[in-house]
Ligand binder design. Structure first.
Ligand SMILES: C[S@@+](CC[C@H](N)C(=O)[O-])C[C@H]1O[C@@H](n2cnc3c(N)ncnc32)[C@H](O)[C@@H]1O
Length: 164
């Protein structure tokens, strides 16, 4: 089930024209991509990581000027410099194996500047990583919006480096 417009807008509300380079993990059909651009991020400042080639081709046709890597989010550190201001993730992190979930979040923090923010939604109240997983990566999580106008309702989380 794609995210609702309300959830996409809530995720995109944490980035804007001043964020600098923004990366989106798992854009799928592009509902969050559209909201990120509508929130002021310039196409040339947005990079997508989408593993599914047909979704990636469709995104390429729809979003001129946006860079797209047809590869796993976990490969991001091999493909771009560590200058990113925010990573917006539409990945179903909690349904992934814990090792992959941790690899993906670690990859996000490898490509971000120290003050960078990782934006993730989950269903229910579950954090994107366990408390132990956050500790192991030196991260802290804070709750942002609760989006009731989504099926199921979603909680937006912001992850940041704990020492910044
Ligand atoms: C549940 S869909 C979410 C789509 C959209 N972001 C939304 O919220 O409606 C997850 C998307 O992530 C992609 N995906 C899954 N694992 C991935 C990975 N490791 N790296 C990049 N994309 C991945 C899938 O191909 C799919 O398009």
């Amino acid at each position: 089930m794609p995210s609702s417009k309300a959830l996409a807008a809530a995720m995109a509300s944490h980035v804007g024209a001043d964020t600098g380079p923004v990366v989106e993990f798992g854009p799928g059909t592009g509902i969050i991509t559209k909201a990120i651009l509508a929130h002021g991020v310039a196409p040339e400042n947005l990079t997508l990581f989408e593993m599914n080639p047909s979704f990636a081709a469709n995104l390429h046709d729809r979003f001129a000027g946006v860079k797209i890597h047809v590869s796993g989010a976990q490969e991001a550190p091999d493909l771009m410099p560590a200058t990113v201001g925010a990573v917006v993730s539409g990945l179903p992190l909690l349904s992934m194996p814990s090792w992959l979930r941790r690899d993906i979040v670690a990859a996000a923090f490898k490509i971000m500047r120290p003050e960078g923010v990782f934006i993730q939604f989950t269903y229910g109240q579950k954090m994107p990583l366990s408390a132990e997983g956050l500790d192991a990566l030196g991260l802290q999580a804070t709750k942002a919006q609760k989006v009731w106008r989504n099926l199921p309702p979603a909680q937006v989380y912001l992850l940041r480096r704990a020492d910044v």
